[in-house]
Design a protein around this ligand. Structure first.
Ligand code: ACO
Length: 359
């Protein structure tokens, strides 16, 4: 028995492969380094949906359909958005995703992917008292999200950086949220239910909730002189350092390097990157000294935090922005799972008391 299902194979997939021993991520036969910054989010979505969804036959057709679906998502959310009052941003997104109607006639995988950036931008603007901005179906997914959020067109370099981030995190084997999506899909509850459930799994700090706390950590450390005392103090308290460690990787997460390159390509980030590198180096040394039996290295969230910060995106939105990219993988896994048609239903070992008569 393996508590936490570590090393247990629970699905067969042709979508992505994570090799934790050598730090390799493959999406449908392509290295992640080959895709991020080179292929657009729409192209990678088409790659993931290949053979699973009609729209994936042609990336250009898919981009047009995705733009139209963003408009549909906007119309669905507008009358429902006030119900999100008083909730945290990721809880608001959870609420709106749950409200997507199963009776919707657009393909549900398409609408789910389109809806996430639209809902995130609408909710963020509402929180500041600003009016929502309708999607521009002619724009790329990343550029349109930044425009809907800010109310002004994004610089091409910013849109490209966000696009590279969305591609980097689009899919990653059977991570907790993707497994959740597959479990719900296996019950035939439908795509919207599976995506909403996946978001619930993503929002935990051990999964997609880490990048905001990474920045909080960098801010709390503050100065180079404080790096070692601060990190050592946190470890003394038994805390986990955000942005380090991974269930599968025994070496550096390859996505960390990809995202480091993305943030390095943005203007005005040199000092912040230098400071982050110093924190990273000390954290890795302390983790190696204190967790001798376990190789802990930098994970995707460390440099995710720096990319999203460079794009001046609010920390409170980081997990929701993760979902903009990861919903690509969720929907591909849902489509794949629905094809296999097998209910996922593992077993547990009962360790409670037996009835008196049987004991
Ligand atoms: N800081 C300090 N100690 C750590 C860290 C960390 N970041 N990660 C693991 N450890 C410790 C554990 O406490 C454990 O110590 P113990 O044996 O003394 O109890 C030991 O290292 C082994 O832990 P693992 O079995 O490797 O951890 P697990 O696979 O259960 O957890 C996880 C992986 C959740 C990512 C963990 O490393 C962690 O909490 N990291 C910090 C949060 C984070 O960065 N999350 C984002 C992950 S990436 C993603 O999901 C997109």
């Amino acid at each position: 028995m393996q508590l936490g299902l570590e090393g247990v194979v629970a699905a067969e997939t042709s979508l992505s492969h994570v090799d934790g021993e050598i730090g390799r991520l493959i999406l449908r036969g392509h290295e992640i380094e080959e895709l991020a910054g080179r292929a657009s989010f729409e192209e990678v979505l088409a790659l993931l949906w290949q053979g699973l969804a009609e729209e994936a036959r042609d990336p250009a057709v898919l981009a047009t359909a995705l733009g139209a679906a963003r408009c549909r998502a906007y119309a669905i959310a507008a009358p429902r958005i006030d119900a999100a009052e008083g909730l945290a941003p990721v809880e608001q997104l959870r609420l709106l995703l749950s409200a997507l109607p199963d009776a919707e006639t657009l393909p549900h995988h398409l609408l789910a992917v389109a809806a996430v950036p639209v809902f995130v931008a609408m909710l963020a603007r509402r929180a500041t008292g600003a009016t929502s901005i309708a999607p521009d179906p002619a724009l790329g997914h990343a550029a349109d999200f930044l425009r809907m959020l800010r109310g002004a067109p994004a610089e091409p370099a910013e849109a490209k950086a966000l696009d590279a981030y969305l591609v980097t995190i689009a899919d990653h084997g059977l991570n907790a949220s993707t497994f959740t999506a597959r479990i719900v899909a296996s019950t035939r509850a439908g795509t919207f239910s599976a995506v909403a459930a996946a978001l619930c799994a993503l929002k935990g700090p051990l999964h997609g909730g880490a990048p905001g706390p990474v920045l909080d950590m960098l801010d709390a450390i503050g100065t180079e002189a404080n790096i070692e005392p601060w990190l050592a103090g946190a470890l003394d308290e038994g805390e986990r350092l955000m942005g380090f460690g991974h269930r599968v990787y025994r070496v550096r997460d390859p996505r960390a390097e990809v995202l480091k390159k993305v943030v390095t390509g943005l203007r005005g980030r040199a000092n912040r990157i230098r400071f982050a590198e110093a924190v990273e180096a000390t954290a890795l040394r302390l983790l190696a000294e204190r967790k001798r039996g376990r190789r802990l290295d930098t994970n995707v969230e460390f440099y995710t935090a720096l990319v999203l910060e460079a794009l001046q995106l609010p920390r409170a939105l980081f997990t929701s922005i993760f979902a903009i990219g990861r919903v690509a993988g969720w929907t591909a896994h849902i489509l794949e799972q629905e094809r296999s048609g097998r209910l996922i239903r593992p077993q547990s070992v009962y360790v409670g008391p037996l009835p008196q008569a049987a004991a």
